[in-house]
Design a protein around this ligand. Structure first.
Ligand code: NAP
Ligand code: MG
Length: 402
């Protein structure tokens, strides 16, 4: 079979630890034999970020802006322990945070379902997709830890120099203060991204905030969503037979537990961070959650929802076998290749990416999987594979069907 040709390169962002070990295996065994892979490679491994004072992260985000589609490996967000472990100059910011701030947009996290892994929540029959606003709030905050008591204020100065000032609290003693923001433009594109996703997938859109408590901030999110829905989407939703539903986040959490799934849950940035891990784990495994950042400017960045699987990496370094699940990482590649195929009108590339995804599902459903899934699958696994055996099994099966 002749290899499938690509037109535009994918922007490839490599990462750290165990996922950095799996990354080249996925390319070499599952993609390169079938696709003449074109990528622009950026090394976002922690050493390179430290060497370049994190410039490489900014360069990679700019490359996604130029080419349109990126695929990202998991990366270390350094804390103090990591600074010591890797002798870093400082605690660099989260690369995902930097990239999301530059591209703006919404992250859609969708569980990858297989029929031999039952969700923990018995009523869930279809995926629950979390649409996470990827801009602002606590991820772009300003914080002060005070040594004494004092007056905490919030001040806004407009373009003409007029000040609006409010007292947050007269602190009686040492305390903490935090300022956060969002913009109407970003919230509007978040709303449109969610409504477009719902239409595309023909599923209801539920949106939750805490507007009873946050009477200006969260209420602005609610009003913008409602306004855009009424004016731009209501008719299309009715035609498609789907609905938009707004409620308080605590109410939505309770309803979600009793739902059948098949819903897009639009969440503010922090809510989406937490709820996507909860939803992924309840559907089975963090390693079975795909993730894509959809920017309002038409850029896409595909990644796995999990981290660098540090504990497995330390085992790997000691020469021990690991059973790390590469599914979400492979779905990052298939998502990116499929999108590239769609944008460049390469139906063969789209078909390849679908076939690879199907091969993964079928392999797991046939009973061949990594340890994380074997622990929860029913009926029991036929064979528990280590990290490389799983990729090799997929490669063998893919060769057979192609
Ligand atoms: P993690 O890498 O997501 O792993 C947490 C645990 O989940 C693992 O120890 C493992 O459980 C299980 N797990 C996750 N992915 C798995 C996979 N593919 N196969 C099998 N099991 C899997 O989170 P972490 O250990 O808390 O964080 C490690 C590093 O990742 C941190 O430095 C953090 O900054 C970074 N991180 C990056 C991203 C990103 O780039 N998108 C996201 C989150 C975290 P067992 O150990 O029980 O097997
Ligand atoms: Mg998280």
């Amino acid at each position: 079979m002749a290899k499938i040709q690509m037109r535009t390169p994918l922007v490839e962002l490599d990462g750290d630890e165990m996922t950095r070990v799996l990354w080249p295996l996925i390319k070499e065994k599952l993609i390169a034999p079938f696709v003449e892979l074109k990528t622009q490679y950026y090394d976002l491994g922690i050493k390179k970020r430290d060497e370049t004072d994190d410039q490489v992260t900014i360069d990679a985000a700019n490359a996604i802006k130029r080419y349109g589609v990126g695929v990202k490996n998991a990366t270390i967000t350094p804390n103090q322990e990591r600074v010591e472990e890797y002798s870093l100059k400082k605690q660099w910011k989260s690369p995902n945070g930097t990239i999301r701030a530059m591209l703006d947009g919404t992250v859609f996290r969708k569980p990858i379902l297989v029929n031999n892994i039952k969700p923990m929540v018995r009523s869930w029959k279809k995926p629950i997709i979390v649409g996470r606003h990827a801009y602002g709030d606590v991820y772009k905050n300003a914080e002060i830890k005070t040594r004494t008591g004092g007056k905490a204020e919030i001040v806004f100065t407009d373009a003409l120099g007029n000040e609006t000032r409010k007292t947050i609290m007269e602190l009686p003693g040492p305390g903490i203060i935090q300022g956060i923001h969002n913009t109407n433009a970003s919230i509007s594109s978040f709303a449109r991204a969610c409504f477009n996703y719902s239409l595309d997938q023909k599923i209801d859109c539920w949106f939750s905030t805490k507007d009873t408590i946050s009477k200006r901030y969260d209420q602005t999110f609610k009003l913008i969503f409602e306004d855009i829905f009424e004016n731009e989407y209501k008719q299309k939703f009715e035609t498609m037979g789907i609905c938009f539903f707004y409620s308080l986040i605590d109410d939505v959490v309770a309803r979600m537990m009793k739902s059948k799934g098949g819903i897009l849950w639009a969440c503010k940035n922090y809510d989406g961070d937490v709820m996507s891990d909860l939803v992924a784990s309840a559907f089975g495994s963090l390693a079975m959650m795909s993730s894509v950042l959809v920017s309002p400017h038409g850029y896409y960045e595909y990644e796995a929802a999990h981290g660098t699987v540090q504990r497995h990496y330390y085992k790997h370094l000691k020469g021990e076998k690991t059973s790390t699940n590469a599914v979400a990482l492979i779905f990052a590649w298939t998502g990116a290749l499929g999108k590239r195929g769609e944008l460049d009108a390469l139906p063969q590339l789209c078909a390849f990416s679908k076939k690879l995804e199907k091969t993964i599902i079928k392999t797991i459903e046939d009973g061949y999987m990594t340890g994380d899934l074997a622990a929860i699958c029913d009926p029991s696994a036929k064979k528990i594979l280590d990290s490389t055996q799983f990729i090799d099994t997929l490669a063998q099966r893919l060769k057979e069907i192609l």
